[in-house]
Design a protein around this ligand. Structure first.
Ligand code: TXA
Ligand code: MG
Length: 343
């Protein structure tokens, strides 16, 4: 008899990647060993983190890292985040600082990526030739067990084609990357749902390069100094962190963000008069709308998950009315703004 953990998805086409189910509460050592061996041999393994799924390769193996860029169609100028099992492993690849110590102690494992001066141990392909490296310890039992099993730093951007919506489930990875990935570990849906906050510690004050679940006030409490937020004003402008480019994070379905439900209803009526199929997402209940509630964490968890579904359901337009604007909404509003910018 085959246990749940070792069941494989049906392989009806050669374009389908191999997917193995892994119980996040009790990851199978056999599967972890297999995934670790693939990574040690220069292959690509997608795995769940608490934010989104990552497309992993041995960060110390330049040809393996080049395969990440090829699989994603990612420009070689966009550096990769390196995932590590502990702070000691981070110190092997980056020049550690007092601020890094404080943030790592407070937020790792967790959805916070630190940009630090690199050491020569990390290959140029990972840093896109720059003098900094982005690092985090993910807060997911499968990711952590995989990092421990390999004993390696693992470079892992989000496991989607460049500019497509980040994956929050194994099936999203398979749809986006097909057989470009050698193995996908399916640990179920991601809890946070949007990518980590990226903070650059190589400048004073530190700069948030990508907003996420952890905001400036959370970080200020630990750092004793308020990080600046650096978000590009121009769509498609060259930003310090290329993931800030406006084209990221958008579904195919046209997205519109409006300030209140009244406006959304009028817009819906206008578009429906043109025979468009329109969905409203709000933070309160109402007839015919999708209610994501009033908490930013729930919106984050629903966001990419639903972007994938909206495309499958073939809406002509989705109008979102986020119920908050405060700091804890920064990550969600950032992704929504970018998603809504596409034609
Ligand atoms: O939550 C996450 O961060 C996920 C999971 C898988 O860990 N990863 C992720 O990776 O979102 P990616 O590559 O899709 O986004 C990484 C972001 C990009 O905006 C990239 O440009 C930026 O981090 N980045 C990477 N290295 C950097 C560096 N040295 N300096 C500045 N930004 C950097
Ligand atoms: Mg990404």
């Amino acid at each position: 008899m085959v246990s749940d953990e070792t069941q494989e998805a049906p392989q009806s086409s050669f374009l389908l990647p191999r997917i193995l189910l892994v119980d996040p509460q009790d990851p199978s050592p056999t599967i972890l060993r297999e995934a670790a061996t693939l990574l040690q041999n220069g292959q690509l393994v997608a795995f769940p983190t608490e934010t989104v799924y990552g497309l992993g390769a041995n960060a110390l193996d330049p040809p393996a890292c080049r395969r990440i860029f090829a699989a994603k169609g990612r420009p070689s100028t966009n550096p990769l985040i390196v995932h590590v099992a502990n702070s000691e492993a981070a110190k092997q690849i980056a020049h550690w600082t007092n601020e890094a110590d404080l943030l790592a102690a407070a937020f790792w494992p967790g959805p916070l990526t630190l940009v630090l001066k690199r050491k020569g141990t990390i290959p140029d392909v990972v840093t896109a030739g720059g003098d900094t490296v982005a690092i985090r310890i993910p807060d997911h039992p499968v990711a952590l067990a995989l990092l421990k099993a390999t004993g390696l730093p693992i470079a892992a951007p989000s496991a989607n084609r460049s500019n497509a919506v980040s994956p929050t489930r194994a099936a999203h990875v398979a749809q986006s990357l097909g057989d470009q990935v050698d193995l996908i570990l399916d640990g179920g849906p991601c809890q946070v749902g949007i990518e980590s906050t990226v903070i650059d510690l190589t400048c004073q004050p530190p700069q948030i390069l990508r907003p996420g679940q952890l905001g400036p006030t959370d970080l200020e409490k630990t750092l004793g100094i308020r990080p600046r937020i650096s978000i590009p004003s121009q769509p498609h402008s060259i930003a310090r962190s290329p993931g800030q480019l406006a084209r990221h994070y958008a579904p195919h379905t046209p997205i519109e963000v409006l300030g209140n439900l009244g406006e959304a209803r009028s817009r819906q009526a206008q578009l429906e008069a043109q025979n468009q199929k329109v969905l409203i997402v709000a933070g309160e209940p109402g007839p015919g709308l999708l209610n994501w509630g009033s908490r930013s964490a729930d919106w984050a968890q629903n966001l990419y998950e639903s972007f994938h579904r909206f495309d499958a359901e073939q809406w002509d337009r989705v109008i979102l009315v986020p119920p908050g604007q405060g700091e804890e909404w920064a990550g969600v509003l950032d992704r929504l703004t970018r998603a809504a910018k596409l034609p």
